[in-house]
Design a protein. Structure first.
Length: 56
């Protein structure tokens, strides 16, 4: 069975959401990945800002 949420059918089975949340928390708690992503963004911040200024 599913219930309409925002005019979309959403599965009522919560175990699916629990598994997704568990996987997401595991991904976030694996700090090396998050730190690598943040470090990549910080190192290319000037390039990103430059591209944003060029796009104006």
């Amino acid at each position: 069975a599913s219930i309409p949420v925002f005019h979309r059918c959403m599965p009522v089975d919560i175990s699916c959401y629990a598994k997704f949340a568990e996987a997401f928390i595991t991904f976030v708690s694996d700090n090396s990945v998050v730190h690598r992503v943040i470090a990549g963004v910080m190192t290319s911040k000037e390039i990103i800002m430059g591209l944003c200024l060029l796009a104006l």
